[in-house]
Design a protein around this ligand. Structure first.
Ligand SMILES: Cc1cc2nc3c(=O)[nH]c(=O)nc-3n(C[C@H](O)[C@H](O)[C@H](O)COP(=O)(O)OP(=O)(O)OC[C@H]3O[C@@H](n4cnc5c(N)ncnc54)[C@H](O)[C@@H]3O)c2cc1C
Length: 400
């Protein structure tokens, strides 16, 4: 089955990473992306633990590191800009709250796209509107009107996956809100931040800013604790109004950051949610990355799961095409569940419920610089981020 035709929906992280490994194993790969071109933007995403080993096996380690944010750490401040705690990228062996490999999502997407574009057919500005899993393959209808047949279709199209909706059922059956929202947007670097970030925690909400692209600009973020809100995730203006409402009355740099919202060249807003499914495949249709098992940004592991999942899915398909989807799930399930448990635990503590809790957060972060506490936290972290034995697929039959 080395030349089987595989369609991937979504060209962010999971999609191009899967295309990379499928190309390596000799499959014929098409990626369809709804956006008209690669989507820029997004805050920094992280690679930790086993995902760093996958990047090494891809041979992209250097290119990814070269495109990293170069972030050396973050200072948490109070409303008067006084330092309350400091986090460093080399804390906890590089896999801490600020990870050693931290890269803007759009930049990572670009690295993966460049590494795959020669051997992959990319179709931008289109999406799947119907899937019919029949005896001779999966018949796919696209929004553009074209129809094609593939041996396998993989949804790597994120939290609001179109493939999941078509093949498995409506989003509300699988997406679990964790009681928080996050937003990111680019702003002028008025504080002259280079390789450092500033963060400000308030009761039930937080804000921050970091220098990006060698300090030429900065990325602002806000986080808010809030119950599930009905909103159109494509209506950017309504989301910006929501951010203004949530952040009203916050001090520190927040009033200035809110003034920049209208002119922001990019804007990302989403709920902190997890995707929980009994199975990630049905017939010849499978899911990968956030569409299958989003652990939420509060786990800091969405990109790492997508990376490891792409490697395992392609390897298992190469080893046994007919049973590859089930085998991929068997290898990944435990790793995913541990990661999602960490995401849920973080959701309970990340937004302080009182002024006292804000102080306790600062204290806990300062305590992490004590050696015995750092060792304990590091061990617990590694149990999760390196919590999978990476199979070696270099001896599978379709290796190129
Ligand atoms: C613009 C953007 C900004 C992000 N910013 C952050 C961030 O700051 N911090 C963070 O932790 N995580 C962020 N994420 C999520 C993060 O990228 C993922 O958690 C992780 O990298 C796993 O990626 P994924 O490829 O599975 O999903 P995603 O990165 O969500 O990518 C899904 C892709 O599928 C495309 N798509 C969606 N629907 C369809 C469809 N019907 N047909 C075809 N294509 C479709 C989307 O345009 C997107 O390119 C962001 C995602 C996006 C799209």
């Amino acid at each position: 089955m080395g030349d089987a035709k595989i369609l991937i929906s979504g060209a962010s992280v999971a999609g191009p990473a899967l295309a990379f490994w499928l190309n390596r194993h000799g499959f014929d790969v098409t990626v369809v992306e709804r956006a008209p071109s690669l989507r820029p933007g997004g805050q920094a995403v992280d690679l930790r633990g086993t995902a760093k080993e996958v990047a090494r096996r891809m041979g992209l380690d250097e290119r990814i590191r070269a495109a990293c944010t170069d972030s050396k750490g973050e200072t948490l401040v109070d409303r008067n800009n006084r330092t309350k705690a400091t986090l460093r990228a080399d804390d906890l062996g590089g896999d801490g709250l600020i990870a050693e490999i931290e890269i803007l999502r759009g930049d990572l997407s670009e690295v993966l796209y460049e590494a795959t574009r020669e051997k992959t057919e990319y179709v931008f500005g289109d999406r799947i509107t119907a899937l019919d899993d029949g005896a001779d393959g999966v018949d796919v209808t696209f929004d553009s009107g074209s129809r094609r047949t593939f041996d396998l279709v993989i949804g790597a199209d994120g939290l609001h996956s179109g493939v999941r909706a078509l093949a498995f059922g409506e989003e509300s059956r699988f997406v679990r809100h964790l009681g928080a929202y996050l937003t990111f947007f680019t702003v002028p670097n008025h504080l002259g931040l280079q390789d450092w970030a500033l963060g400000y925690n308030d009761v039930g909400r937080s804000a921050g800013i970091r220098g990006i692209h060698d300090g030429k600009e900065a990325m602002a973020y806000f986080g808010f604790a809030a119950d599930d809100i009905e909103y159109d995730y494509r209506d950017v203006e309504a989301q910006k109004a929501m951010v203004r409402r949530f952040a009203s009355g916050m001090e520190w740099e927040v009033p200035w950051l809110l003034e920049q919202l209208d002119d922001a060249p990019d804007f990302y807003f989403d709920s902190c949610a997890q995707v929980v499914m009994d199975s990630w495949s049905r017939g010849r249709i499978g899911l990968l990355g956030d569409s299958a098992f989003c652990p939420s940004p509060l786990s800091g592991q969405g990109t790492s799961l997508a990376f490891v999942g792409a490697y395992v899915l392609a390897g298992e398909l190469a080893a046994d095409f007919d049973n590859g989807l089930e085998r991929y799930e068997a290898v990944m399930r435990d790793f995913v569940e541990k990661t999602q448990a960490m995401g849920r635990a973080n959701a309970k503590t990340v937004f302080a419920k009182s002024r006292w809790a804000v102080r306790a957060q600062h204290l806990a972060l300062r305590a992490m610089h004590l050696k015995p506490i750092a060792a304990l936290v590091s061990r617990k972290m590694q149990d999760v981020v390196s919590g999978i034995d990476l199979p070696d697929y270099t001896t599978t039959p379709h290796r190129i």
